[in-house]
Write a protein that binds this ligand. Structure first.
Ligand SMILES: *Cc1c(COP(=O)(O)O)cnc(C)c1O
Length: 528
């Protein structure tokens, strides 16, 4: 492709995307395809010789668009939103055009420095603690991760290494753990290649070619236990699994503040006490601000205070709800954030920034860096002592120019416009929530929080509600997904699309009511 062709077909693609957007309301949120549909449309081998661009464009509707689930359809209410704006798409064109890999400052200075700058913008805009600022003289920092799952994994790895370091370096901690566990923990440490003995006589250390990092020593993290609420996202379970540590899911209870399912201080204290008595070392608590099931908020101040006292890393997963901190009226849910070790949210969920863009802030990024640092000669550069090298705080080496999306979106919308979008979503969710609360057929499962409404058919079994959910999605006029808390199955309506208006949520309620009536009639026929 020469520059002239790129100009022509690149512009055609922009037109194609703009047309596609205008046509979204004429589609249905769920596509009408069956698994494997593409086999009939795409040949098994790539072509040997170039095809015309026109031929590729001609295939787009048939092959690609016909199998898209339209997350931005006004009647799409499933999962949580994924953000989108023309502004962010334009930024992604530039990122793709520059196509540099900014793992170190030297490998692309503007990529590193713009990221440092816009994450500081976000600290102010979201009202986060000042010590998270990259420009703050302290050790705090912010970095854009790909996803909330990545951020959780980074928090797990950093907290795990910190715990191992503390245990190995602290005779008193070693002692206290040893007295509580008796010999077991001491034996484990005795086996660790870094616990005293040197050289080839250690177990697993018969060759100098074998290396184990002292702070990622499995002999120690065998005794570690992580905590989260039983409402935490599945990515927490995945992080614990991949980090090779135990996970204890703490029982959530209805709280007074939101009438939703969060973990209490008493539950956390009891778990710590019990686990310590059994020789385990609690090292991280994954708090959730805005759970996926019901948008519950763990009480950050109470829980993080305990974590600080007990030297447990407090990480807040605010993937969905975090963006709402942009509006001062929602900041109450972030009360206590100055106490946490790390905080993450998905700008790609609620802040008009296309996937992927998940800012993570660390209270002490400087220390965390050493747990991820590997330093081959080819990555060294003359400024590394005085600049940020983001490769030290992520799993991958390479990274994209994601800060462009935040920069474009915040500049060309302004904070006010994004606040308005968030408030509108909540207002529409409130309309739907009131319709549910006033209906004779349905009940709210928890009070609406932000843009999420959880509901079910009153006095009906899980089976009936499951039947309703399936029937709604088979009907295909709207799309929602179910969830479960404890033994209670329910339906979730999440405000997702920027195209959704009050008219659409009223339509959703009418569709749900109509399908519910049909479902109830059918079930009573089956029952009789
Ligand atoms: C969406 C979500 C996640 C997962 O987000 P990814 O960025 O896709 O990893 C994690 N936690 C919560 C609370 C979420 O809502």
């Amino acid at each position: 492709m020469d520059p002239a062709e790129f100009r022509e077909w690149g512009k055609k693609m922009v037109d194609f995307v703009a047309d596609m957007w205008e046509g979204i309301p004429d589609r249905t949120p769920l596509p009408d395809v069956k698994p494997g549909y593409i086999q009939a449309l795409v040949p098994p081998q790539a072509p040997n010789y170039p095809e015309k661009w026109q031929a590729v464009f001609d295939d787009l509707e048939k092959v690609v668009l016909s199998g898209v689930t339209w997350w931005h359809h006004p009647n799409f209410y499933a999962y949580f939103p994924t953000a989108l704006s023309h502004h962010a798409i334009v930024a992604d064109i530039l990122s793709g055009g520059i196509s540099a890999i900014g793992f170190t400052w030297k490998s692309c200075p503007s990529m590193t420095e713009l990221e440092l700058a816009v994450l500081d913008w976000l600290v102010s805009a979201l009202g986060l603690p000042d010590h998270f600022r990259n420009s703050h003289p302290g050790p705090g920092c912010g970095i854009i991760q790909s996803t909330a799952s990545d951020a959780t994994l980074i928090a797990f790895f950093a907290a795990r290494a910190k715990a191992v370091e503390e245990i190995k370096n602290s005779p008193t901690m070693l002692q206290s753990i040893q007295t509580e566990v008796g010999q077991k923990f001491k034996d484990l440490l005795g086996k660790s290649p870094f616990s005293g003995k040197k050289g080839a006589e250690q177990e697993g250390q018969h060759s100098s070619e074998i290396y184990l990092h002292p702070f990622h020593d499995p002999a120690v993290f065998d005794r570690l236990v992580a905590y989260c609420s039983d409402q935490a996202h599945s990515s927490v379970e995945k992080a614990a699994m991949l980090a090779g540590v135990r996970l204890r899911k703490l029982r959530s209870e209805r709280d007074e503040r939101y009438g939703n399912f969060s973990v209490t201080a008493a539950t956390l204290e009891a778990a710590i006490k019990e686990d310590r008595a059994h020789g385990l070392h609690p090292f991280i608590f994954l708090l959730t601000m805005g759970t996926t099931n019901t948008c519950a908020i763990d009480p950050i101040r109470e829980l993080a205070t305990i974590c600080n006292r007990e030297k447990i890393w407090a990480h807040v997963d605010a993937a969905y709800a975090g963006g709402f901190l942009l509006c001062p009226e929602f900041r109450g849910m972030g009360d206590g954030l100055e106490l946490v070790d790390s905080f993450n949210y998905n700008a790609h969920k609620t802040m008009m920034v296309n996937f992927d863009c998940s800012p993570l802030w660390l209270k002490d990024g400087k220390s965390a860096v050493k747990y991820f640092n590997v330093d081959p000669v080819y990555l060294k550069h003359e400024h590394q002592a005085n600049t940020a090298d983001y490769r030290h705080l992520q799993v991958a080496l390479g990274r994209r120019f994601r800060s462009l999306k935040i920069w474009f979106v915040m500049r060309t919308f302004g904070i006010e416009k994004i606040q308005q979008y968030l408030r509108d979503g909540c207002a529409h969710a409130e309309v739907f929530s009131r319709l549910i609360a006033a209906s004779l057929t349905f009940d709210l499962v928890v009070p609406r929080n932000l843009g999420l409404v959880c509901f079910r058919i009153k006095n009906a079994s899980n089976e009936v509600n499951e039947e309703l959910c399936n029937a709604i999605n088979e009907d295909r006029r709207i799309h929602i997904v179910p969830s479960k808390v404890g033994e209670v199955y329910f339906l979730r309506l999440a405000l997702c699309s920027q195209l959704t208006t009050e008219k659409h949520v009223r339509f959703a309620f009418d569709v749900i009511s109509e399908v519910a009536q049909r479902t109830l009639d059918k079930m009573s026929l089956i029952g009789s």
